[in-house]
Design a protein around this ligand. Structure first.
Ligand code: HEM
Length: 407
């Protein structure tokens, strides 16, 4: 059987609209909003012949598939490769890329380590680092957000919170890009980010070893659960790797996207400055409006259906979270960025049993950084055009020039 991008080609059910589009075209990845709109407009589910996959972008259907882990599996990969047919590029994640009952066990460990209670113990680290980094840039006038803020902040606090004794900003950022580009097809983005895999993967694997971690960080907490017999020590190492896979690029992107939204909407920055308790809904709105993870997939574990259309076993389904988060049927006026919208149910952190287990950490980091900025900076203004960095799963900025006007 000839596979397409590591999965079996399908014959779509009669009536499913066919769309000759490449969702991984770099122009679409840089500016996806028309693609999102067309995908929703075409129907509940669309067939994309180029990769022989189905795609969904309407809110209700996308949410339903993410919430239905019995029919739509993660264990066969959340990208185009079907792990039942082809080996992935790395040993698979034992939380993201497994189903229950395996998932239940590892999820429990991660949820405990990333609980609000544990995050509270890190608030001084998050706040002090935010003050130091903001103080360094505040008098610069114009900054480039990605290089000056969005990358330095998480790559400073995160390794410390995890307890890494040795860190490498470039490797952490490049590993994240590799993980997320790998869920896409074998295109230039994927190939380029995997180019340094030979150098980076051994470094990442070594960094997850117990002896390379301090005794008081989140990594040590994972190993302590292994000591109690909840997981094996090898599994502990793989869970620490999950922190490094999913915890850096996502927060770098979250910070950049938040500052993009707020600089494009000065009235919303002012609202937040006047009432910083709006942080929580503001960040949720950033996630809804920009969907830092724009697309993740599922595999039909057996013959099933989507919106009444039969779906073959083994079908890959692209769940376009970015399109669902901009669905007017759900949000009314999705193209308006409003920090007090309170977009309950957005799928920026996913939905169902795999919903982001790191969301407390993401919020805690963002809150510390934005709070310090709002205390010290009166206004932020665009100082040039933003440049987006195409990635097969992440919608991230490459450059965001911003003028800071201190108080
Ligand atoms: C703005 C920041 C973040 C965004 C937008 C985000 C987004 C997501 C999404 C959409 C999923 C669902 C994947 C799926 O269902 O297939 C997910 C899962 C996950 N995230 Fe996050 N994430 C963020 C930050 C973090 C952080 C800081 C960590 C830190 C450890 C993390 C760790 C994970 C893990 C381990 C999973 C898999 C959970 C499971 O399968 O049960 N994420 N994230």
């Amino acid at each position: 059987m000839t596979l397409i991008e590591g999965h079996r080609p399908i014959t779509p059910a009669t009536g499913i609209p066919v769309w000759d589009v490449n969702p991984y075209d770099e122009a679409i990845l840089r500016d996806p909003y028309e693609y999102y709109a067309r995908l929703r407009e075409l129907g509940e589910v669309v067939y994309i012949p180029r990769y022989s996959v189905l795609a969904v972008g309407r809110y209700a259907t996308t949410h339903k598939i993410f919430a239905d882990h019995e029919n739509f599996l993660s264990s066969r990969g959340v990208g185009l490769n079907d792990f039942a047919l082809e080996k992935g590029w790395r040993e698979r994640s034992i939380i993201l890329e497994v189903d229950p009952p395996e998932h239940t066990k590892t999820r429990k460990v991660m949820a405990r380590v990333l609980s609000p209670k544990v995050m509270k113990t890190m608030s001084d680290l998050f706040r002090d680092t935010a003050e130091r980094i903001v103080d360094q840039i505040i008098d610069q006038g114009t900054i480039e957000v990605v290089a000056d803020l969005a990358e330095p902040y998480p790559t400073t606090v995160f390794p410390q919170a995890l307890g890494m004794t040795e860190s490498n900003r470039r490797y952490l950022v490049d590993y994240g890009a590799m993980v997320f580009n790998s869920v896409g097809p074998d295109n230039a983005l994927r190939r380029n980010s995997l180019r340094n895999a030979g150098e980076i993967i051994p470094w990442i694997t070594a960094a997850c070893a117990r002896e390379r971690l301090t005794e008081d960080g989140m990594g040590a907490m994972v190993y302590a659960d292994a000591d109690k017999g909840e997981i094996t020590h090898d599994e502990a190492g793989l869970l620490v790797r999950s922190f490094l896979s999913a915890g850096v690029d996502t927060t770098v992107t979250g910070i950049g996207n938040a500052l993009w939204c707020l600089s494009q909407n000065p009235g919303e920055w002012d609202k937040l400055k006047a009432d910083p308790t709006l942080f929580r809904p503001a960040f949720e709105e950033v996630l809804r409006y920009t969907s830092p993870v724009h697309t993740f997939g599922r595999t039909a574990g057996h013959a099933t259906e989507i919106a009444g259309y039969p779906v073959e076993e083994g079908t890959k389904i692209l769940c376009v979270l970015g399109a669902a988060n901009m669905d007017p049927d759900k949000w009314g006026d999705p193209e308006v960025f409003r920090i007090d919208r309170k977009p309950v149910g957005h799928v920026g952190f996913g939905a169902g049993i795999h919903g982001c287990v790191g969301q407390n950490l993401a919020r805690a980091e963002l809150q510390a950084l934005l709070t310090v900025m709002l205390e010290r900076i009166d206004r932020i203004e665009p100082a040039g055009d933003p440049v987006w960095r195409p990635n097969n799963a992440i919608r991230a900025l490459d450059k965001l020039p911003l003028k800071l006007i201190p108080k």
